[in-house]
Design a protein around this ligand. Structure first.
Ligand SMILES: [Zn+2]
Length: 329
């Protein structure tokens, strides 16, 4: 159970918090594509990781660092090609942070390019993984993590010769991923809406959430106190106004207010902003499709593609449009 909470905590961090921090902290709206070619790092790169709890900096080989990241990001039971795709995504993010650090440092942890929390990417040492997962897990699954990292050694994704700085991913798209600007604010050239056809095994492809009409209205009014909504007319007082290309709700009318789908998702703790609402008696029923923000690689979609025989390169090039996979020299 403890493992499950830790895993879920990491996933929530990865799916919700990291992308928000990334998108908010990067001024990519003004210049979505960096004009100057960044130096692609050498593959013997060391990374400095600020350990938030111990308040100290640990120096690691980049490849060792990547192993400690993917073990917290994706179930180690996933297909090898999906794990390899995740390894390249984690390495790409690390390299972009190293480049950014060289240019501007890092205000949150000035002595290191990266930290071990969701602020950057969750990183877990082997000792910590043994404690959290178990000795048995280390024996059975750690070798798979090592294999995924070693077989993609020094590979990163680039876009127009620059390492990509937003290899965003999420659990389950629900059949189609999202354009970055429909979920966050910034348009990113490689974060485009694409089909994600092999997600049928995902545990949260669809989900239901039910709440009483009175609780629904109370929650809305607590957050938006000028909202007027008539319980007797609730089925006409709620209307979906606009959906994104990927299916998530952009605008929804609730009483006299027009809200973002994301606001409703956050308010009611829904798995996705791709949902429909049905009124059943005195209940409001949400049916969600997908799990997470929907931008970039769908992890369950990646696993499904791997099961269909696709390589990690094919998976990455499918979910990150126009990228190349390059080996650091
Ligand atoms: Zn950090």
């Amino acid at each position: 159970m403890k493992n499950l909470f830790i895993w879920m905590g990491s996933i929530i961090g990865i799916i919700i918090i990291i992308p928000m921090i990334l998108i908010q902290s990067c001024d990519i709206q003004k210049s979505p594509v960096q004009k100057t070619k960044q130096k692609i790092l050498k593959n013997d790169q060391k990374v400095h990781v600020y350990l938030q709890n111990q308040k100290k900096v640990q120096t690691l080989d980049l490849e060792e660092y990547v192993k400690g990241v993917i073990s917290g990001e994706m179930p180690a039971t996933f297909e090898m090609e999906a794990l390899k795709a995740q390894a390249v995504a984690a390495r790409s993010y690390a390299v972009s942070r190293i480049n950014a650090y060289k240019k501007n440092g890092n205000q949150v942890h000035p002595k290191a390019e990266l930290c071990d929390t969701v602020h950057c990417q969750v990183w877990l040492s082997k000792e910590k993984l043994t404690e959290i997962k178990s000795e048995q897990w280390m024996n059975n699954y750690w070798p798979r993590i090592e294999e995924a990292v070693e077989k993609t050694s020094s590979m990163i994704m680039t876009y127009e010769d620059n390492p990509i700085d937003q290899p965003l991913f999420h659990s389950t798209s629900g059949g189609k991923t999202e354009n970055s600007e429909d979920v966050f604010t910034a348009w990113v050239p490689y974060l485009r809406s694409v089909e994600s056809p092999y997600e049928k095994d995902a545990p949260h492809f669809t989900d239901d959430e039910t709440i009483s009409i009175s609780d629904f209205i109370n929650k809305i009014k607590q957050k938006y106190n000028d909202c007027t909504i008539d319980p007797a007319k609730i089925s006409t007082d709620i209307a979906i106004v606009e959906r994104s290309e990927g299916g998530r709700i952009l605008k929804i009318k609730v009483g006299n207010k027009t809200l973002k789908g994301r606001e409703i998702r956050e308010l009611f703790g829904l798995r996705s902003a791709n949902f429909k609402i049905d009124i059943q008696g005195d209940q409001v029923k949400f049916t969600t499709v997908g799990y997470g923000h929907g931008v970039g690689m769908s992890q369950w979609g990646a696993n499904g593609m791997a099961k269909e025989g696709h390589s990690f390169e094919e998976i990455l090039k499918h979910y990150y449009v126009g990228v190349e996979i390059e080996k650091m020299k």
